[in-house]
Design a protein around this ligand. Structure first.
Ligand code: TRP
Length: 452
């Protein structure tokens, strides 16, 4: 007998939950450095297009599968396409979040370190030129980043074990708007820094000569990472959405808020990169090299101000990172518990330990293991590109193919239009995007990326 599933109470709750999964380190840490690596304004244009033309249809596809089946990815495929190999798609949704969490937790750990440093006033008065050195020494040290990675991972496991995700999510409902305001203030402030204008130009003046196949693949990967697509996270959330809710509104609401968050983060980070005399191509360290500089500038003359802002910032970003991280672990735990008969506790401990272990390798790849390369990349970068540029788009491809080619058009229409009462006119275009544009777009990016 099917149990009655919990449902989201309102349209706002749906968007808040989906956006909560979407907004995280992907927007604030990953987006600015990826766009710095691939050349600024032109990359942003491709990224916006990737979000709206490919990301959004996949968000719809996952929403349709989730709400239609009212179950997780494995269950959904079993219910909607019983006895077919489609259920193997569920496997991707277990593997990718576990791999992502491994290195996500390392970056979460960096934020933990920065929170401690802000609490102990360590950044106060640190000259701009010393901050990159400080960060470089920290991440390449063999044990300190492992310690903070352990703290972050332990928090994720504790929350999932203790079943207090609800409490964390309530807290993050406060923390998210606070983070949004903070990042907005930082963006406005960083525009006033001397030398920041070069950064604004970098963000607004496209240089199309830098748009390689790799850059397009990276833009697509960033859109997937940032929207939590292709791993069944949105699918699972949608399974809790009421029949009367409008999937189009929640999809657009999620995509647009995620996009706005990322763009503001870029305007907070990139102009300060130029003002501080750093390079936008500095990679994953970019956010961590610029923030102490900005906070110190903000608190010039009143050092306490910079520490207070800094503490606030890292508490809120950790809340955002934690809600994303919890949902990554939860997918695997739910699978092991529901499908493989594991006790939830054992599943959580097992997967938590696995993520921790892989995370240790990622962390060490900035220090003692920096010489160990897989396909030319260190462990951290290999995993990051494997997940965002390949596994997540692969998952997205599977979901759109399922909706566009396996489910009957009548069922898809019924789900998207709430039985013909909403978005009826829009449906034709959305169906076209899901059936042709998104799959072809992903395949084209895959192929060019392989050949180039
Ligand atoms: N979108 C999240 C962020 O921007 C990260 C993320 C990637 C994620 N995949 C996920 C979150 C799966 C939850 C589930 O930080």
């Amino acid at each position: 007998m099917e149990q009655k599933r919990e449902k989201f109470g309102s349209r706002f709750a749906v968007i808040a939950a989906m956006a909560g999964s979407a907004v995280g380190l992907g927007n604030i840490w990953r987006f600015p450095y990826i766009l710095g690596e691939y050349g600024g304004a032109a990359f942003i244009l491709v990224y916006i297009a990737a979000t709206l033309v490919l990301g959004l249809p996949i968000l719809y596809a996952e929403s349709i599968i989730g709400r239609r089946s009212r179950s997780d990815t494995f269950g959904a495929m079993k219910k909607l396409a019983p006895g077919t190999p489609w259920r193997w798609a569920g496997l991707l949704t277990i593997i990718s979040p576990i791999l992502i969490l491994s290195y996500y937790s390392v970056v979460g750990g960096w934020s933990v370190e920065y929170l401690f440093k802000s609490l102990s006033f360590d950044f106060m008065d640190m000259p701009a030129s010393e901050i990159p050195d400080f960060f470089g020494r920290f991440i390449s040290s063999p044990y300190q980043p492992i310690l903070t990675h352990t703290v972050f991972m332990a928090a994720v496991v504790a929350v999932v074990l203790g079943g207090v995700s609800k409490g964390i999510e309530k807290f993050s409902k406060l923390a998210m708007p606070a983070l949004f305001l903070l990042i907005l203030v930082i963006a406005v402030y960083s525009l006033t820094l001397p030398g920041a204008f070069a950064g604004v130009e970098y963000l607004l003046k496209p240089d199309f000569s830098r748009l390689t196949a790799g850059a397009c693949a990276a833009a697509l990967g960033q859109a997937f990472f940032s929207l939590s697509l292709g791993v069944g996270a949105i699918l699972t959330y949608a399974s809790y959405v009421k029949k009367e809710e409008d999937l189009h509104i929640s999809g657009v609401g999620t995509a647009v808020s995620d996009l706005i968050f990322a763009l503001i983060a870029a305007f907070a980070v990139i102009p300060s990169v130029f003002a501080a005399g750093l390079k936008p191509t500095d990679g994953p360290s970019l956010l961590f090299e610029t923030l102490p500089y900005i906070f110190n500038k903000m608190g010039e003359g009143v050092p306490l101000v910079s520490s207070v802002i800094s503490v606030f910032f890292f508490v809120t970003i950790l809340a955002a990172a934690l809600t994303s991280a919890i949902s990554m672990l939860e997918v695997g735990v739910a699978f092991l518990a529901d499908e493989k008969g594991f006790k939830r506790r054992n599943a959580t401990l097992l997967l938590g330990f696995l993520c921790w272990l892989v995370g240790v390798l990622c962390s060490l790849s900035f220090g003692p293991l920096s010489g160990v390369k897989i396909l030319g990349a260190t462990f951290f970068f290999f995993l990051d590109h494997l997940c965002s540029d390949w596994l997540m788009p692969m998952g997205g491809l599977i979901f759109t193919l399922f909706v566009g080619w396996k489910m009957s058009k009548a069922d898809v229409r019924d789900e998207f239009t709430n039985g013909g009462t909403k978005n009826v006119r829009l449906f034709g275009a959305v169906y076209f995007l899901m059936r042709y544009v998104a799959p072809v777009g992903i395949i084209v990016v895959f192929v060019t990326n392989l050949l180039m």
